[in-house]
Ligand binder design. Sequence first.
Ligand SMILES: [Zn+2]
Length: 152
Amino acid sequence: MFLDPNCIFCKIVAGEAEASVVYQDKYVTVFMDIRPVVQGHTLVVPNIHSPDLSSLDQAHAQHMFTTALNIAQAIRASELKCEGINLFMADGGAAGQTVFHNHLHIIPRYIGDGFGLRFPVGYGEQPARAELDRTAANIAALMTTHQLNDRD
Ligand SMILES: [Zn+2]
């Protein structure tokens, strides 16, 4: 397991920094965000230092998402105010990432919570099918990072 001594999330994984831990196993650590959007805002992090999506291995990625589903179900069953849930990951500063150790946010949502995504001017206009097809082909041609074993 590689941990970066200068990374706050690595310190939490190692038990060397204070955190309100919900769950920990071989692959992931789950703890409360210290600046919650709303009460119940939880983070799932891999137990290995990987700064961004391109450095996140498949086993940790799968386990992060599976754990997030489990945590989301627990939040739904809890007494926390929760009418919906957002799962959110930021990859890179332009996407809003501020701690460069992968983390999956689980954010309980309710009508009037004040949180939301802001869409750009022009959002909602539908591009031509040919443009969508071109974009799909460009992305598909570069899908080599992870082997998707279940595609057949
Ligand atoms: Zn780290």
